[in-house]
Design a protein around this ligand. Sequence first.
Ligand code: PEP
Ligand code: MN
Length: 340
Amino acid sequence: MIIVVRPGATGTQVKEILDTLERHELTPHVSEGSERLIIGVIGDKSKLEPGSLEVLSGVEKIVPIMESYKLASKQFRPEGTSFNVKDVTIGGKELVMMAGPCAVESEEQVDTVAARVKAVGAKFLRGGAYKPRTSPYAFQGLEKEGLKILRRVADRHGLLVISEITSENDIEYASNYLDVIQIGARNAQNFRLLSAVGKSGIPCMLKRGIAETIDEWLGSAEYILSEGNYRIMMCERGIRTFETATRSTLDISAVPVLKSKTHLPIMVDPSHAAGKASYVEPLALAAIAAGADGLIVEVHPNPKAALSDAQQQLTPEAYTQLANDVRDMAAIVKRSYPNV
Ligand code: PEP
Ligand code: MN
């Protein structure tokens, strides 16, 4: 359930609510909106005597939440969430572009891409250091060295770093090098990893599992939120369907559906959904049209020679075109994109 606090309630009245929850071993999660203070309540509510919260003078109303996710639900923060990663706002009016190679292969490769994507307004450099590959014999990533390369290159170009972590054991080390942890589709229901990322407090991007329903995906987000980490963005990256023409089926409907169900910002990854470079731009523009808060796109200086996902990575030229078209689309949906 959530407790909607009476507008203008005093500190003492709010404390009385929090104390009552604590006495009943319930955990409060406070969300301070521009107009309203809302308290999400997690724990075994059967311990509460009926009416014990309603009588408190600071309480305006109690809203039960039927879904199994609570803190991720729209009711917890009806005005929506935006948050900062350093100086970049996620979920604000300005769309955020994240771009870079599928995998970090060398400093030169990453540097070439970083310069090109930065020049057309990207804020984040992406690049896999720990690659979750289907085959154990495929390129597994440069791991620690990959993270170091990303950090050096990003700092050189004034970009932030997003990279995937596949094990809770790597979070601490990685926290020295990245700004946002990516939780990949294959780990979207790795609940120990989700909880560990929650405890770390590091901003994260939670990709949708390949066969995860939207409610299950929000359950995954809840694992992170319930540990007190509210800086989460969801990322639709395509789901597995009967269709084989694309690598996955980009679920464009997930964008408006999520907007109705959750306050969390929504990114879209058209690259892994498409699996083919020529489909990336139309899917990217459709995602922005549907209301996404930004995109994460794979770009490689020489896609044909890429060590992973060669078919879907854009050339820097194609990415430049995409960024310019995103700017035009942003205006149509009353969002903005940097003029560079
Ligand atoms: C990636 O972004 O590098 C990646 C592996 O994506 P996904 O987890 O969506 O397959
Ligand atoms: Mn990839």
